[in-house]
Design a protein around this ligand. Structure first.
Ligand code: SF4
Length: 473
């Protein structure tokens, strides 16, 4: 396993060479490469299989995700699919729609009462809903699934709209982890991204959560934002360290004005240049490492004694649509608009907009509108990419022996690895390909070498023409 501290700084020339659009690999294949058609029957079959498995092995646990798409205001940097509204009267009907989807999925699973060992509410802003609405959502889940008492239960909170009373209610529901966006604490940056959030607001949520015994707190920050400077970002990092949070996600701002229309309100001249972006990225790695955080995967940091850092050491960490998580190999059932599930070999995504999603459920149809059943080759490449993204290494010799597949057989893949090796981003340890300290910044590029879809012919990647991935570094 590579060391936990990124101790090297990539040159701007390397970043220019490798910084190109690429998937973040929260799934393989990346969503835009899923086929144009996915039969709902395939999804129902996967759910029925899950039910049979759960009956045969009652200890079989799943992760569960509930998506709440609403936000009070639009943050200019955000590329998430959200509904910006202050019409809170939409809350009860959304909760009711999700409840009906939960019933439909539970019916398809059959007689088994599946155990939930991990549950996450994401958005949008889940605390856009009232405490009573959150209670109703939880009751809907609990009526059809068995919520294990020792489950991990997390929620994304926006410190600008979340009240302390809501935190009390969440704790009563079993929430033991919070994640919240901070992005950048500098007022000029906050003006440029239309997100005004004082340090006092963030600290108030962190302090109250701690008093309630919520002991897992994650903060997101972003580098590459307009008006960001090395000094301002250092202050943001130091503030996050002072808050004493358990995990930090440091994201690279994806500036995609062609696809994300509201980003056109951002002045491109205010964006940090390529050299500064590299410095921002390295500053985060250095400062969090110096403060005692382990670097996890490509963009996360966790205190050495945090469950995620332990899962990385134990080999039980995995990457899915929720990012890096601690429960490897679990099926993921996801509810709500745009939510993506993974059960067995099937991915299934719900209709993206809240309106479309409700139309499907109201008409008694499954809201699943896209998906994919993975082939043997997909499953193999998925495991290789997951190993690289989570642990920075993969034993290709073992894969060749066990599966009879040489993943570097194609000239393109071999040449790509040779080029990465020439630039010091990967090395060989016997037959194991290892991402170097320097290469950790470019791990998406390394993973792309094993992606069979990126250069695929258009007919088999029907949605690829609309693909606009963020830059890999
Ligand atoms: S960053 Fe969060 S609060 Fe802002 S628009 Fe995106 S989901 Fe909503």
């Amino acid at each position: 396993m590579p060391p936990t501290i990124a101790s090297v700084t990539p040159s701007a020339a390397l970043v220019a060479k490798y910084g190109r659009p690429g998937p973040r690999y929260t799934s393989y294949p990346a969503v835009p490469y899923w086929p144009a058609e996915y039969p709902v029957a395939s999804w129902r079959e996967a759910l029925a299989d899950l039910g049979r498995e759960a009956l045969a092995d009652p200890s079989h646990g799943v992760s569960l995700y509930v998506h709440v798409p609403f936000c009070e205001k639009r943050c200019l940097f955000c590329a998430c699919n959200v509904v910006v509204t202050r019409k809170h009267e939409r809350g009860p009907s959304y909760v009711d729609t999700v409840r009906r989807e939960i019933d439909d999925v539970a019916d398809a699973i059959g007689d088994a009462r599946v155990r939930v060992s991990q549950m996450h509410w994401g958005g949008g802003t889940p605390t856009w809903l009232t405490s009573d609405e959150l209670r109703s959502l939880q009751a809907a889940v609990a009526s059809r699934f068995e919520l294990l008492p020792d489950r991990e239960q997390s929620i994304e909170v926006d410190p600008r709209v979340t009240t302390l009373a809501q935190l009390d209610a969440l704790r009563e529901l079993g929430v033991n982890r919070l994640s919240m966006g901070v992005q950048d604490t500098d007022p000029a940056v906050q003006r440029a991204i239309a997100r005004h959030q004082s340090v006092a607001q963030t600290a108030g949520i962190v302090t109250h959560a701690r008093t309630l015994g919520i002991d897992g707190i994650t903060v997101d920050i972003i580098y590459g934002l307009p008006e960001q400077t090395l000094d301002s970002f250092r202050r943001t990092i130091d503030t996050v360290i002072e808050l004493g949070v358990d995990r930090v996600a440091v994201y690279n701002f994806a500036y995609l004005p062609e696809r994300v229309k509201h980003q056109r309100a951002i002045d491109p001249a205010a964006l940090p240049d390529a050299d500064t972006r590299v410095e921002l990225m390295c500053t985060a790695s250095e400062r969090f490492a110096a403060a005692g955080y382990d670097m996890i995967g490509m963009d996360h940091f966790a205190r050495h004694d945090d469950e995620l850092a332990r899962a990385r050491r134990d080999g039980t960490m995995q990457r899915n649509f929720m990012g890096y998580t601690t429960r490897a190999g679990q099926d993921l059932l996801a509810f709500g608009a745009s939510a993506i599930s993974r059960v067995g070999r099937d991915f299934a995504q719900n209709a993206k907009t809240a309106t479309e999603y409700a139309e499907h459920v109201d008409a008694g149809r499954s809201p699943v509108v896209a998906g994919m059943r993975l082939s043997d080759d997909d499953v193999l490449r998925e495991s290789v990419i997951a190993a690289l993204m989570c642990y920075g290494e993969v034993d290709l010799g073992r894969i060749a022996r066990e599966h009879g597949v040489d993943l570097l057989a194609s000239g393109r893949a071999r040449l790509a690895i040779e080029a990465l090796q020439g630039d010091g981003l990967v090395r060989w340890r016997g037959e194991t390909l290892v991402v170097t300290d320097l290469g950790r910044y470019f791990v998406r590029n390394v993973a792309m070498t094993f992606d069979a879809y990126l250069d695929g012919p258009a007919p088999t990647v029907a949605r690829a023409p609309t693909v606009r991935f963020s830059a890999t570094v």
